[in-house]
Ligand binder design. Structure first.
Ligand code: PAF
Length: 280
């Protein structure tokens, strides 16, 4: 695997590959890699000739300085995992290479940037827009792969690519789960063993709430989640919503032929976890 710290080096390497008509797949990450990330690398390798991964903890998408400081960083293990997965190129820049000057751009993602994650983490998706646009413009991949654990992020990135007319296909990949159902996340490694035991309740609650939404209704599912979360002293609910899969408009009732998704953000101790379940 070629490891570069400068986008100029990545561009030089990739321009040779592009001259040979090789297709480029790109997996942007913030490191602390787990099998969820590796599944994105595998997807890229299936459909593209060259797979590029980036590891960059993007400061502009953190609305909380503490969250940025304690975000897990495991570069040596990440490199090993990527080597084993057969990733071709790793771009591991420092802040100056990504932001030679301060990025003052303000994107307008409309309604999508007012709800759920956007409401609870103001400015987060503007920062995601900044870094993803810089990475996509620098690497110019044919396809870019994102995990659907952050379902709203995938929608934002698709909106970004459309607004900026970037010639890249955004591919959303399924959530990978631990054996006990917890959605894989870099943040899981910050949980204490006690918190980790509690965290496995999240998918259990989500599955039960999905059944309640289908059988009784959306407000019963919401009440169930609120009641279950307050029972656990170290859990705190940020939001639980049932939304239309296409628009993310909150739903108060499930209608036939309407695809719905339930989305949650919940604190276990100080660690904020997100997850989502389709309601089919
Ligand atoms: O999902 C993430 O890990 C980040 O938001 C991303 C897409 C790498 C941008 O920093």
């Amino acid at each position: 695997m070629q490891v570069f710290q400068l986008i100029s080096e990545v561009k030089t390497y990739l321009s040779l590959q592009k001259q040979q008509h090789k297709t480029i797949g790109f997996v942007p990450t913030m490191g602390a890699l787990h099998q969820g990330h590796i599944s994105l690398i595998n997807e890229s390798k299936k459909v593209c000739d060259i797979t590029v991964c980036s590891i960059f903890v993007n400061p502009t998408q953190f609305n909380n300085a503490n969250d940025l400081t304690r975000y897990p960083r495991t570069p040596e293990v990440d490199i090993q995992l990527l080597e084993q997965a057969g990733c071709d190129v790793l771009y591991m820049p420092d802040v100056k290479d990504v932001y030679p000057t301060t990025d003052t751009r303000q994107f307008n993602f409309g309604y999508l940037d007012t709800i759920l994650e956007a409401e609870h983490r103001p400015g987060h998706y503007n920062g995601v827009g900044q870094v993803v646009s810089i990475l996509l413009t620098g690497i110019e991949p044919n396809k870019a792969f994102f995990g659907s654990k952050d379902y709203q992020q995938v929608m934002i990135v698709k909106a970004l690519v459309k607004q900026l007319k970037l010639p890249v296909e955004i591919i959303s990949c399924p959530i990978l789960r631990e054996d006990d159902g917890l959605a894989m996340s870099s943040r899981n490694m910050l949980l204490t063993p006690e918190e980790r035991k509690i965290a496995k309740l999240v998918p259990i609650m989500m599955e039960e709430a999905r059944d309640i939404a289908k059988q009784i209704g959306v407000s019963a599912a919401k009440s169930y989640i609120h009641n279950e979360v307050v029972k656990v002293p170290i859990m705190k609910l940020d939001y639980y919503e049932v939304c239309d899969t296409e628009t993310l408009e909150p739903l108060t009732a499930l209608k036939p032929n309407q695809q719905a998704i339930s989305l949650i953000a919940v604190f276990v101790g100080n660690i904020r976890l997100i997850d989502n379940w389709m309601i089919d």
